[in-house]
Design a binder for this molecule. Sequence first.
Ligand code: PCA
Length: 331
Amino acid sequence: MKTIMKNQTIKTLAMAAGTFGLMAGAAQAEKWDMPMAYSATNFHSAVGAEFAKCVTTGTGGSIEIVTHPSGSLFKGADIKRAIQTGQAPIGERLLSGHQNENAVFGVDSVPFLATSFEDAAKLWKAAKPTLSKILDKQNLVLLYSAPWPPQGLYFKKEVNSVADMKGIKFRSYNTTTARLAELAGMLPVTIEAAEISQAFATGVAEAMISSGSTGYDRKVWESLTHFYEVDAWLPRNYVMVNKDVWGKTSKANKAVINGCANLAEYTALYRSIHYTGFTLNGLRAGGMKVGPAGDKLKGDLKKIGETMAADWLKKAGAEGKAIVDAYKAMK
Ligand code: PCA
């Protein structure tokens, strides 16, 4: 009896879902192109693709999200503007890529402020309301966000101090990384992750700060030899939607998108954590020397980090200070 009732319930639910799907289909199916900056094999992109599928299935196909990884639709630096102006309805970008617009966007890249997944989660909790508000004023709705693994230094020689870095061509991915290069006497050159393998192969760049994940995805052992675990910060990617598009989305579809976004956020964090050790081993397997930075190098970087943190606080003003205070109160 119980089983029959259960079967009937499932049948009713299935019928309801079918009707909903048909209705949703009748209300004109939309295709949402989703530009992403990183390679399809990267965990952020893989989660983005799953998120897209979740939304497509969950909305009964009334919203079909199609991801475009590797900067193939818009280059990383152009993704946010494309979404703000409605050229694309949804997309993913590195949050700290916008710190030239507003220093608060760079809160996750302040050296040595949050250096573990646990602290990065606290910092995000402290920063999210302010960042959502800033994005809202820019015609954007924040959907979900996940951290990259901790940032370490890549070189093609042994490096034991900041003095050893002098004159090296250093690949940067935001203003923090460019500033770090300058303070360490290196020459910054901005290059998107999708293009670093070529940049290292041709000598346009010889070093960078990034996660094991990006070095592994881009097979940097073909050109570089050393990775120093510095745990300088854990920058974040985030997925945003154009606010006008969001405003026109039905309540039911918004609920599906938010549900899929929550799942994606959880999955991406989980993968980021587990990918950390896996990718460092991958770098080793590729022939790189992987290990913690030596004491001298650590001490030198700490000093540079203090200068950068003070500069950031000045630029980020009262909003930045309030976030840092709220974060420190959680520790
Ligand atoms: N990978 C990205 C950003 C941070 C990271 O770990 C990159 O190198 O561009």
